[in-house]
Ligand binder design. Structure first.
Ligand SMILES: *[C@@H]1O[C@H](CO)[C@@H](O)[C@H](O)[C@H]1NC(C)=O
Ligand SMILES: *[C@@H]1O[C@H](CO)[C@@H](O)[C@H](O)[C@H]1NC(C)=O
Ligand SMILES: *[C@@H]1O[C@H](CO)[C@@H](O)[C@H](O)[C@H]1NC(C)=O
Ligand SMILES: *[C@@H]1O[C@H](CO)[C@@H](O)[C@H](O)[C@H]1NC(C)=O
Length: 336
């Protein structure tokens, strides 16, 4: 199969499902569940937006975020004077089933700083999890994060000679407000994919030796950053040293297959500088609405998810979306 041409029409999971149905678990059920979730979340949101946006809830959320940022600034010897209000709930982000991708590695440490020695811009990722059925915060969910470094390499991957390395991987438990805060780096990029961060939510787990044991995955997804913000970030080293072919969000076949602001699914992290310059760090905020009661079915299509050993011949697809394809820029504003 010639992947470059074969992928040209791949602008949605439905198309992927059709083409990859052979030899891989049938993802139709997962797609149906995703659509049902999106519909339910849209309905729930319209009925509970008032509660989420009540002044009390927002003020508590802001205070929580501000203390996260100020602790970080203090740890860097910077003035802990972050008092911005970042509208965390202006963007309703739904949490559909999604391609797991080839780079998930289980058994990561539960820790809230996953930067290790990686260079690049610090990203203070502040995520709130809400129950799709009730809009209530989801407490005690373990959220697994993983991403590549500024030059597009993942830790823990045989194909990249990084087995045993754990940089930019880790798991954080949500607090009583359903909030998960992790200190990571703005990811770089690799051939065929836009810059993205993977997330996976686990429930019904136990914890032993700071590691997740057992449990059920209820969501796997990917988060993105607005292109206009990335343009500013990528002009700086070490991102500017990344030699991999670059893919815009609007050219990314997973992003374009899923992002749909009209349907309420907006996977953009809203980013805001924590200090004077980008190198002082970025706060990234996003709300994920998910169903904690049903086990997720990762969409494993053999390629590009699951048992993946490298880019296909000719690289990943880089097809442009059709005219009119949403990039969601209308629903979020760049804050840089
Ligand atoms: C990204 O990770 C790889 C593997 O550890 C490493 O060789 C490379 O130098 C890292 N990139 C940067 C900018 O440090
Ligand atoms: C986005 O969602 C809306 C509402 O559900 C739907 O009508 C529209 O077809 C979707 N657009 C794409 C590109 O899938
Ligand atoms: C978690 O455990 C409870 C109690 O055993 C069970 O009812 C629920 O279905 C489980 N959740 C998932 C997503 O499996
Ligand atoms: C991936 O590998 C696992 C273990 O070797 C196997 O059980 C699974 O069926 C494979 N999946 C695909 C899509 O080939």
């Amino acid at each position: 199969m010639k992947f470059d041409t074969a992928f040209a029409p791949f602008l949605g999971l439905a198309n992927l499902a059709t083409v990859f149905a052979h030899g891989a678990p049938q993802p139709a059920a997962a797609i149906a569940r995703r659509e049902a979730l999106v519909a339910e979340a849209a309905k729930t949101y319209s009925s509970c937006a008032k509660k989420i946006k009540s002044r009390e809830v927002l003020e508590r959320r802001d205070a929580n975020t501000q203390s996260f940022v100020n602790m970080y600034l203090e740890s860097r010897g910077l003035e802990p004077n972050f008092d911005k209000r970042v509208e965390s709930d202006a963007t309703c982000v739904l949490a559909p089933e999604e391609v797991e991708g080839p780079y998930y590695v289980s058994g990561q440490l539960i820790r809230d700083d996953i930067r290790e020695e990686e260079s690049g811009i610090d990203l203070l990722l502040d995520v709130q999890l809400l129950n799709v059925h009730t809009c209530e915060p989801l407490r005690n969910v373990l959220v697994d994060f993983w991403a590549c470094n500024s030059t597009g390499v993942y830790g823990g991957v045989a194909a990249q000679n990084t087995v045993g390395l754990t940089f930019l991987r880790g798991i954080v438990q949500s607090d009583n407000d359903g909030v998960v805060q992790v200190l990571t780096k703005v990811p770089g990029w690799y051939t065929g994919r836009a810059q993205h961060i993977h997330v996976r939510a686990h429930v019904n787990y136990t914890i032993a030796n700071d590691k997740l044991q057992g449990g059920t995955v209820v969501h796997t997804g990917q988060l993105y950053i607005e292109q206009s913000d990335l343009t500013e970030i990528n002009a700086l080293a070490p991102y500017s040293n990344n030699q991999n072919p670059f893919t815009l969000n609007s050219e990314d076949f997973i992003f374009t297959g899923e992002a749909n602001a009209t349907a309420g699914y907006n996977p953009y992290i809203r980013v805001t500088k924590t200090g004077e310059t980008l190198n002082d760090g970025l706060l990234g905020k996003i709300t994920l609405v998910l169903d904690p009661d049903t086990a997720a079915t990762p969409v494993d299509m053999g390629f590009p998810g699951g048992n993946f050993t490298g880019p296909p011949p000719g690289g990943f697809p880089t097809s442009a979306p059709p005219a009119g394809e949403t990039t969601n820029s209308a629903t979020t504003t760049a804050n840089l």
